[in-house]
Design a protein. Sequence first.
Length: 508
Amino acid sequence: FAHVFVCAFIIFKTYCFKKNFCTCSYHVNRDTLFSYHKASEEFLHRLMSLYVSSHYKNTPNDLQLLSDSPAHRVFVLLGPIPPEAASTLPEILCVLQVCLEGSIARSSVMKALSQGRRAAGDLIPWTISQQFADHGFAGLSGARVVRIATHPDFQGQGYGSRALRALQDYYEGKMADLSEGEGEGEETDGENRKESVTEGEGLLNETIVPRASLPPLLSKLSERRAEQLDYLGVSYGLTAQLHRFWKRAGYCMVYLRQTTNDLTGEHSCIMLKALSTSTADVGWLQDYAKDFRLRFLSLLSYQFSQFPPTLALSIVHQQQKHVDKKKKKTPLGAAAAADKHTAALLTVDELSSVLSPYDLKRIDLYSRNMADYHLITDLLPWMARLYFTDRVGFTLSAVQAAILLALGLQHKRMEDLEAALDLPVSQVMGLFNRIVRKFSQFLKALKEEAVAMTMPDVAAAVGDDSETHAMMSSDTLNKELDIAASDVLKEQSKMREELVNSDLSQYA
C-alpha cells in the first residue's frame, strides 16, 4: 500500500507540473509575516526551513534582514490547496527573496570611486561600475535575487525556473495591473503596526500580542503594482550546476571574481538580465558581455586555468537571446559605445603579420598527419583566440571547442583532457587533428582568395561584347600563324641555298 501511495503522489506532482495550473506566485507582506499571528508564524517557519535546507550558511542576521530591510521583497510559489483542506496553509514550492538596488546619483558614484571606497549595500551597481569604469550603470534600477530556495521534495521539476519567469513577468508589467486604487507599489512597514501599549510600558516589559487590522499575508502579483526596474541580477558562488540554471533562465555573466571565497573556495560571479520595460538602452548588456568575454579568454591561462573545460566553454558560449539588439539613446557612458558585436573575419594582411610561411607549412603538415602535434603547440593560443573571437569562417562541435579551449587557452596537456572530458587520449588526438585540418583549409582558402583578387579579369578588360572579343582573338591567331609561316619559309629557303652551294664531291 505504501508503494502505491508513493507512486500516486509522484504521478499527481508530475501531472500538476505539466498542467501548469496548480501553482501561483504571491507577494508576502512582511508586516503580517512578523505579526506574531499563529498562521504567520507557521508560514515563517516553513519559509525559514526552506532557507536552511537549501543553503550552507544561515545566521540570525538573515532573519533580521528579512524582517527589517526596507529594500527587500519576498515572493513565493505556492502549490494547490485541496478542497478538503481549504483552511490550511498551502505548501511553499519555491521562495524568492530579492533586494532592490541602484538609482544612485552619478556624482556620488564618481566621488566614491575616485576616493577608493564604496558605500554599503547595492552590491551589483557598485561592482559593475567599478569593473567597467562606467558611472552611468549605478543610475539604473534593478533587483538582485538574494535567495532562491525550492522545497526538497520538488527540486529538479522546474519550479525554480517558473518562479523566476513569474518574477520577470511581474516586473515587466505582464501581470494584470490594478484598475482602481493605488495598489501596494511599496512596502508599508510601520503603517499597520498599531500595537496596544499602555501608558508607562516600555520595550522591556511590554506584552507582545498579535496585531490588529493587518493586511493579507499573501497577495497575488496581479493585485500589486511592480516597481519600475531596468534589470534583474544575481550574485553567487560559481559552480557548473548553478551556472547552467541561471544561464537557462536567460541571465548573462558580466563579472567573475579572480580570487576564490575563503569559506567555499568558489569564484563569486554576477549575472544580469535586461527587462523589456527598461527606459535605458538594452545594448549595454551586450557591451558588458562582449568585454567580459574577451577578458575571460585572456584570464583562462591564469586564475581560471583550473576550471573544467566544460564550465569554461559554457561561460564563453553564453547565450544572449534575451538581449534586444535594437539601439536607442542610452544614458550610459563607456559601455554604450559603437556597435561592435559583429566581429570581422581574419584578413590576409592580419594573417601575414601574425604567421610566417613556416608556420603555415607546419599547420599544413600536421593536418596531413605528417608531423607531431608538439610542432604546432606554440600556435594553439593564437588559433584558440581566433576561433573564440569569431574571426574564422567555420564552427566546431562542443567537444572540439572544449579541446581547443583547454589546449590553447588553459594550456592543459593531452593527458589532462582524458579525465576532464572522459575520453581516451587517442580520441582526443583524433578530434584535435580535425580541428587543425579545419584551420588549415580556412587559411588556404584565405590565401587563394587573396591571390585570385590580384589576377586581372580579361573579360572585364575587353568588355561584354562577345563578337568583338571573338574577332580580336581570331585576328591575333591569324597574325601569329602568318608570322610563324614566314619564319618557316625563310628557314627552308636558307637551307635550300646552302644545299645548292655546298661541295657534293665528298658524297661521290
